[in-house]
Write a protein that binds this ligand. Structure first.
Ligand SMILES: Nc1nc2c(ncn2[C@@H]2O[C@H](COP(=O)(O)OP(=O)(O)O)[C@@H](O)[C@H]2O)c(=O)[nH]1
Ligand SMILES: [Mg+2]
Length: 451
């Protein structure tokens, strides 16, 4: 049986996303990161995390993208099939601190729903990668370059084996998701290798003129998020430290590229289409094969169904939830009832959740090791200088300090930075204190108190 719930809840609607204009102006501010930055954040320096969706054609990337971005704003001119990358706004969701503090919040750079904070992130939907993309096939270079500029990647795979090796829809059970993952990985690694090999002379020249090897190699990859520590680590694991760059064997260069891709671009595998036959067997095989990788079982189609039903007022559902409530059974036709029942029993019952929101949360909080931190200016009211309570939440990488936070909020703030106050216990925290998840902090600066 081919389950396809969205068809029952989206009659008369095309796949292109047009969300009803919202009265909440912040909702319309989504679409591109610059917009998010300009309209949502109260500061000019907020970093928005970018997550790229990669995978073969027909694995469900666009369905994942549509479900994760539905309800977060309008995406204009959205094509039926993806010819070019689309950027949309999704959210990382974390328990809001307002309940613990027993206050009513006025979120500014995020939203708070039922006690959960929705923190904007960017999702990039890329067209399916084809074999030979690294050689420039099918606009391969452009797509790989956009993928490489993401902070992390979600590798979407059809875990039902419902596509063939070239990405054409096939009978579930006939395709091989494990080989599909390897094919896409190969494209990415080859692309890193191509950048390295294509710049051999440049790297050699730099090293010969006195630039350190690590710096010379990092320079080539800097535009795609590679940092010196990534290069150093990739050299180390391949025992290339101390080996002269000009003497690298081709096979070693490929191993190095593989490590560099792995280290610099955290990736999570999304085992999509768990609602189809053969998915659970393949999912087990996938887990065996990729023991060191986080794999999230997912039904993007089910998430799209639930979010659409939510928007139409049929059900009460928060993205990522383990349950939903039907508001009025009378208003549903038999097929809609059947679809929702199927999701409740076979997806939420089996896998706890549809996996879309979970995959995003795991990427942000586990893979990228982000901590959610709430800066406030007024330690008594827990507000900014305009009286908005718990207005902003920042995602800060694990290891970030008070000084990093001050810099993120405003460059001026860091100049006269004195210390921060931990709102929970009133303690003064030194500028090198490592921020923890859900910290609520007030930064004290001699120059100006900005937040
Ligand atoms: N059964 C099922 N079908 C899905 C799911 N996600 C996507 N599809 C279907 O797979 C096909 C390809 O999806 P699409 O999102 O366009 O894939 P893309 O080429 O990777 O962007 C479409 O017919 C989708 O409806 C899912 O979770 N379950
Ligand atoms: Mg697509």
């Amino acid at each position: 049986m081919l389950y396809h719930a969205t068809q029952y809840l989206s009659q008369g609607e095309s796949y292109s996303i047009r969300v009803p204009a919202s009265t909440d102006c912040t909702r319309n501010a989504y679409h591109y990161g610059t917009l998010v930055k300009n309209k949502l954040a109260s500061t000019d320096l907020m970093v928005v995390i970018k997550i790229g969706l990669i995978g073969k054609t027909n694995t469900g990337k666009t369905t994942f993208f549509n479900s994760a971005t539905l309800g977060t704003g309008e995406i204009s001119n959205y094509p039926f099939t993806t010819q070019q990358p689309s950027i949309g706004n999704a959210n990382a969701i974390t328990l809001c601190v307002h309940k613990e503090l027993n206050v009513q919040d006025n979120p500014k750079n995020s939203r708070c729903l039922d006690g959960w904070r929705f923190i904007p992130i960017e999702l990039v939907d890329l067209p399916g990668l084809i074999k030979g993309a690294w050689k420039g096939k099918g606009l391969g270079n452009q797509f790989l370059s956009i993928a490489a500029q993401s902070d992390a990647l979600l590798h979407i795979v059809d875990v039902s084996g419902g596509i063939d090796a070239s990405g054409k829809i096939a009978e579930p059970g006939t395709g091989d998701p494990i080989a599909d993952i390897a094919d896409i990985e190969e494209e990415l690694v080859m692309w890193y290798l191509k950048l390295l090999e294509g710049n051999r002379d440049k790297i050699s020249r730099a090293i010969n003129s006195g630039v350190e090897e690590v710096a010379a190699i990092t320079d080539i990859f800097r535009g795609i998020g590679v940092r010196e520590q990534h290069v150093k680590f990739a050299l180390e694991v391949n025992k290339l430290l101390g080996v002269k760059f000009d003497d690298w064997e081709p096979a070693k260069a490929k191993d190095f590229s593989w490590s560099l891709r792995d280290i610099s671009k955290p990736t999570l595998i999304v085992a999509n289409k768990v609602d189809l036959h053969y998915a659970s067997e393949n999912f087990k095989r996938l887990r065996e094969e990729y023991k060191d990788t986080i794999i999230v079982p997912c039904s993007a189609d089910a998430e799209l169904t639930l979010r659409r039903a939510e928007i139409r007022g049929m059900i009460k559902y928060l993205p990522g939830d383990e349950r939903f409530e039907i508001k009025d059974q009378q208003k549903l036709n038999d097929k809609q009832k059947w679809a929702l029942n199927f999701i409740r029993k076979d997806i939420l019952g089996e896998y706890m959740r549809t996996g879309v929101q979970f995959a995003i949360n795991v990427t942000v909080f586990k893979l990228l090791r982000m901590n959610a931190v709430y800066p406030v200016a007024d330690t008594g009211k827990l507000s900014d200088k305009h009286g908005n309570i718990l207005p902003d939440v920042y995602l800060m990488k694990s290891g970030s300090t008070i000084e990093d936070l001050a810099r993120e909020i405003h460059t001026e703030l860091v100049k006269g930075l004195l210390y921060a106050i931990d709102i929970r216990d009133g303690l003064r925290l030194p500028n090198n204190y490592h921020i923890k998840d859900r910290d609520i902090l007030s930064i004290v600066s001699a120059i100006k108190k900005k937040t």
